[in-house]
Design a binder for this molecule. Sequence first.
Ligand SMILES: Cc1ncc(COP(=O)(O)O)c(C=O)c1O
Length: 362
Amino acid sequence: MKRVYNFSAGPAVLPEEVLKAAQEEMLCYGEAGCSVMEMSHRSAAFAAIINEAEADLRALLNVPDNYKLLFIQGGASLQFAMAPLNLMKKHRRAGFILSGYWAKKACEEAKKYGKAEILASSEDQGFTFIPDLSGLVIDPATDYVHICENNTIYGTRFTQLPETGDVPLVADMSSCILSDECDVSRYGMIFAGAQKNIGPAGVAVVIIRADLIDDNVLPGTPTMLKYKTYADSGSLYNTPPTYAIYICGKVFKWLLKEGGLKRRGEINREKAKLLYDCLDESKLFKGLARREDRSLMNVTFTTGDAGLDEVFVSEAKKRGLVNLKGHRSIGGMRASIYNAMPKAGVESLVSFMREFERDHHV
Ligand SMILES: Cc1ncc(COP(=O)(O)O)c(C=O)c1O
């Protein structure tokens, strides 16, 4: 069967080259005589895999030495709890910029542990834009400020980071990590579930300033939910998701080989422009996100007619353009065009959109 162009928001498309290499090594990895899935996480072979994955991710993002890089299970959602448990230690207070569903989920979770203050929100207008941050006032007695840098569901992204002074900025980068260059030193912590731009589901990456990690966490915090546990053990306190980490490592190598994040950012801007230009020229389709805040990774649009949107999604599927249905909370369509989506996939979608418009525009 022919591979489709998979526009899923996550788990999402992986580079074909990575899948093929994993297939080659499925039965026997190197000299190990077994699959990565079958080897001890304490073996020398796996130590090399996880160490290389970390080194390559550090190289890609130019991670400063005073940051720890951790591989943690539980997806991005677990970080909604781990962040307050570990970071709400001085003031029991965090600030949230509500730019969408996932930021709201993080805020709700943090409320269990302390004061979660909403600093700005675009909820009353359907999260179609990033709230205005120009007049943002942050009380210095705040342990951290949380943002969701790319809003997967609505197709918006922060093009500027909020000024948080000495208050650490915590960013959920699940749907934009590795999509462009990034100055890690601007953040106290970055986290991302792997299943969009990094690798398979089952692991999240956490990049955290070392001084934010200590034993002074909220009382009752389980060992497995302390950043220190992962930092002290090289993410090997218990059995990590070994196969997922192995695939992530292959994706990092692929990104390095393809020119790193500067080049990746250029490619992603080109891909996104193809789709946004098509939307802007169209008389049938309309983008759902405010223009200035448009995401490079998730492009949301609609015909304005739920029935016709459904026809579009099902006709597209027949052409091998799959998973274009928008999130149930906003409807319409969403094309997730993560790093591994080839430009040819986007071109194919644009050409289908033009054809659909010719056939359906009255
Ligand atoms: C921005 C963002 N944050 C968090 C999540 C939740 O991730 P997980 O399923 O890994 O907990 C998602 C999932 O789509 C997401 O898009």
